[in-house]
Design a protein around this ligand. Structure first.
Ligand SMILES: Cc1ncc(COP(=O)(O)O)c(C=O)c1O
Length: 398
């Protein structure tokens, strides 16, 4: 079955008992407590629930949560999906699940910054050490950073501010040879455009907040696990008492239904903006792996089926703070905000420098002007370009 069909079908609503008809969508079930018909029924349910990695109590969510988990898991050919309360938790829960005291993590230097903070502040309290690696590291360089305590390597491809592409199949094979587990933040590509588990990755994580929910009105996370890692992630979720409210699970499933038709518009709009911006004299570099001149383009076109609408540009280094402010403040169709993946366009100043510890930023040849990150929404691309054009006029008036 094609992905477009997978995300639309399955998991219909329950029968309405009195009318004997089915609703298209599953019902939102609110409940802390499941009621059983008998002691025998209770015992049977407990056994089945344990096999499914859930609890016989409302904390695992009702059918709706299970349906959403199954749906996003199926899209990436996973073994089990785990829904959580935020994209950040989708990144941190697998780390807590796979690492023990005394063990060591290899973390990509371009990682989403709050994950870095978690690694620097929280993991040391558990006696887990972290070494950052350059997203463009060779396998030999990764070897040099690996110790006998290393258990996990974490990837984010492309990095969501600087857009470096990692060679995921090569790193996954390298990690398997050394008995290391692999986790990737796959939010940018979504399961539509990249399927990490097919390339040997153990766990794929998502800020479902972004494209999966798609309307800037939900915070949620989705974790896709293979068979070996699912029991570990599910156990940690249970032991920590993590639950996702039914409304968020509903929004997650609803968003997934239309993700396949929204993404191509984000992709094409993003590329049109990126091409336009690459022709502007105020821009020294466009960081977008779907652009032919991007250093990560060969990997992107080999492994990914598409691109989302998020990319960055580096402004010319003589553009002043006041000019850059005038540009951002003049944009009318782009919100000034940190998130992405919703229906609307956004543009925000980013400074990767303070968050890099082992990889040089700016990279040689990229230019050292301000970095602006664009999210191309679902608006008309020509309108979006016209808005950027008038904002550049404002920049030149300063
Ligand atoms: C790449 C990436 N991963 C994870 C997250 C975390 O998602 P959430 O905001 O749902 O916690 C974000 C949020 O911006 C992100 O950009």
């Amino acid at each position: 079955m094609k992905d477009e069909t997978k995300v639309v079908h399955g998991h219909r609503g329950p029968k309405m008992e009195r009318l004997d008809v089915r609703t298209v969508n599953p019902a939102i079930q609110r409940g802390s407590t499941y009621l059983y018909d008998s002691v025998q029924h209770m015992q049977e349910v407990r056994t089945t629930a344990a096999e499914l990695g859930i609890q016989s109590y409302g904390i695992s969510g009702g059918d709706l949560t299970l349906h959403w988990q199954e749906a996003f898991c199926a899209l990436e050919n996973g073994f089990r999906g785990v829904a959580v309360n935020s994209g950040l938790l989708a990144c941190t829960l697998p780390l807590l699940s796979l690492l023990d005291t005394g063990e060591h993590l290899l973390m990509v230097d371009s990682v989403y910054e709050p994950v870095r903070t978690f690694c620097n502040k929280f993991l040391p309290r558990l006696g887990i050490s972290v070494t950052y690696y350059d997203p463009l590291s060779t396998l030999d360089e990764l070897d040099a950073l690996t110790t006998d305590k290393t258990r996990v390597i974490y990837l984010e491809t492309p990095g969501s501010v600087t857009f470096e592409m990692q060679d995921i199949p090569a790193i996954a094979a390298w990690a398997q040879d050394r008995g290391l587990r692999t986790i990737i933040d796959n939010t940018w590509a979504t399961g539509m455009y990249f399927k990490p588990l097919d390339h040997g990755i153990d766990i794929s994580t998502h800020a479902a907040t972004k494209y999966m929910c798609g309307h800037s009105d939900v915070i949620a996370g989705a974790i896709v696990c293979n068979e070996a890692t699912a029991p570990l992630v599910e156990a940690t979720r249970t032991q920590m008492g993590l639950a996702i409210p039914p409304d968020e699970a509903y929004q997650g499933l609803r968003g997934l239904r239309t993700m396949a038709v929204r993404l191509p518009v984000h992709w094409q709009n993003g590329l049109k903006l990126a091409h336009y911006l690459s022709g502007r004299e105020e821009v020294t570099n466009v960081l977008h792996p779907a652009m032919e001149q991007d250093p990560g383009h060969a990997i992107w076109s080999r492994d990914f089926k598409g691109a989302s609408g998020l990319f960055s540009v580096v402004l010319r280094s003589d553009i002043s703070w006041a000019q850059m402010n005038a540009f951002l403040d003049s944009l009318k169709l782009y919100g000034l905000g940190y998130s992405w993946g919703g229906f609307e366009s956004l543009c925000v100043l980013q400074d990767p420098t303070p968050f890099r510890t082992v990889s040089q930023w700016p990279r040689p040849g990229i230019g050292n002007g301000y970095v602006l990150r664009f999210h191309a929404g679902l608006e008309d691309a020509d309108d979006l370009i016209a808005d950027i054009e008038q904002a550049f006029h404002a920049l030149h008036k300063v």
